[in-house]
Structure formats: C-alpha cells, structure tokens
Design a protein around this ligand. Structure first.
Ligand SMILES: Nc1ncnc2c1ncn2[C@@H]1O[C@H](COP(=O)(O)OP(=O)(O)OP(=O)(O)O)[C@@H](O)[C@H]1O
Length: 236
C-alpha cells in the first residue's frame, strides 16, 4: 500500500505558548532523499518529530496516503544521540525484531547480518554503552533499518562525528535509499546535504522558507536568507 504523499496542512507545534513549528503546508512524495537544513533552533528536530508523529500537533493535520497505524509501523526515527540499552551490540540491534515477535535465533542472525553491513561485525559481543559516538550511530542505523522501514527520519545522525565516520554513515544511508527507504534527514553539514539530497527543506523560524530540488538550492537558493545560509552567514 502506498504511504505517500504525506501531506501536512496548516500544521502547528506549540509549546509553552511559543510556536516551534508552523503553520506548515507541505507535501512529500515517495521518492528521493529529503534534507532539512536551517539555523540552530529553527525547528528542524521538531518538524521531523511532528512528521513522524511523536511531537503532538496543536493545530492542522498530517495525512499519509495509507491508514495512520500502517504508516506508523513502516517508519523509523534515528535520534541525534541514540540511547543504547545496557546489553550487547547484537541484542540492541535484534531488539526491534524481538518486539514484533521474531524468534531469538532468527533475530540474532539478522542482527549479525546488519551488524556486519554497518561495519560493527567485530563489536557484536561488546556492551553497546561502551561504543564510540560513530559506532553508536551505526548501531542506531542498523537497529532502525533491520525492520526494513519504508521511511526513515534522521535527526543529524552525523553530529559531532569525524570525516571517516560521517562518510561511512553516508554510505549506509545511500545504500538504504537505493534499496527503497525514503530518507528525511536534518543536517548542519552542507557538504553532506549536497552529497545526499534530492530535495531540500530550508527551515527558518519554524516555517518552511524554501522547499526545492537540491540542484536548484545549491546552485543558488531562491531567497536572500537561503543564499546567506549557503554562504555560512548568520541568518536571523
Ligand atoms: N518542549 C519544548 N518546550 C519549549 N521549547 C522547546 C521545546 N522543544 C524545543 N523547543 C525550542 O523550540 C525551538 C526549535 O527547536 P528544534 O530542536 O526543533 O530546533 P532545531 O532546528 O532542530 O535546532 P538545532 O539545529 O539546534 O538542533 C528551539 O528554540 C527550542 O529551544
């Protein structure tokens, strides 16, 4: 069943009397990688959480092309600082499968396979809480991808990682996208945005300031603020 388009109409997230996001009108289609960029505090994380359905909306609507329950099952979210369970790497990766009733033996086998795919094959017996930042992000990706989601939201998955770890994670993401997972991801890294994006959402003050094909955005954004952001200037 088709999940897309995903349509937000006049969607607003407000907390403590302050509008964090919105009102937003947005239609996302089922193809490509969507990269969300914008200054600190612009509302990128809140927007991703709203689209994923974990940030309560105060107004407006959010509609998937399929029933909401179905959409929820078919999407994942990778947080900026993923939480590791105090168990081994393999148990962490296998956990989402155990939750949906996959047998221990099969879950472990598939987790082993995923651990290898993300380059954590040699760490499977370690405590996940002992992993480095880059390894944690890889674990979080494996744990999200093991359920083969149709859509994966990622909130700055490479924040504070070095070039090599960033590149490795980009490779995992590129493979996932090629395998048909729809990625919607925020980043502060403009090189990364350029490498991965098919389309760009530029968020400013909780609103969608620009939503354009990546080639167009990086060739010279439509708005003054978009161009300033691309140059690395402070945008207010
Ligand atoms: N629960 C909350 N209550 C009140 N304010 C909040 C809450 N969550 C976030 N905010 C504020 O909402 C604004 C948007 O936050 P958000 O994390 O979505 O921005 P962001 O674009 O992801 O920022 P960054 O690039 O720094 O990660 C910020 O000013 C933040 O302090």
């Amino acid at each position: 069943m088709q999940m897309f388009p995903l349509e937000a109409k006049q969607a607003v997230v407000r907390r403590q009397g302050k509008v964090l996001v919105g009102p937003i009108d947005l239609t996302l289609q089922g193809q490509g990688v969507t990269i969300v960029i914008g200054p600190n505090g612009a509302g990128k994380t809140t927007l991703l959480k709203m689209l994923h359905g974990i940030a309560r909306m105060n107004a407006g609507s959010l509609t998937w092309a399929c029933p909401k329950d179905e959409a929820q099952k078919r999407q994942g979210f990778v947080f900026q600082a993923p939480v590791m369970m105090r168990r081994t790497v393999i148990e962490n990766i296998a956990y989402p499968l155990r939750l949906i009733g996959v047998t221990m033996a099969e879950a472990r086998q598939r987790a082993q396979d995923w651990a290898e795919r993300v380059g954590l094959g040699h760490t499977v017996k370690q405590q996940a809480t002992m992993l480095s930042g880059g390894e944690r992000q890889k674990l979080a990706l494996a744990r999200a991808l093991i359920r083969n989601p149709d859509v994966l939201f990622l909130d700055e998955p490479c924040a504070s990682l070095d070039g090599r770890a960033t590149r490795e994670i980009e490779e995992i993401l590129t493979t996932a996208a090629a395998d048909g997972t729809r990625l919607i991801m925020s980043t502060h890294n403009m090189g990364q945005a350029q490498r991965l994006a098919d389309e760009v959402i530029f968020v400013l003050h909780g609103r969608i300031h620009e939503f354009t094909p990546a080639s167009q955005f990086f060739a010279g954004a439509e708005t003054k603020q978009g161009r300033a952001f691309l140059r690395g200037d402070i945008v207010e």
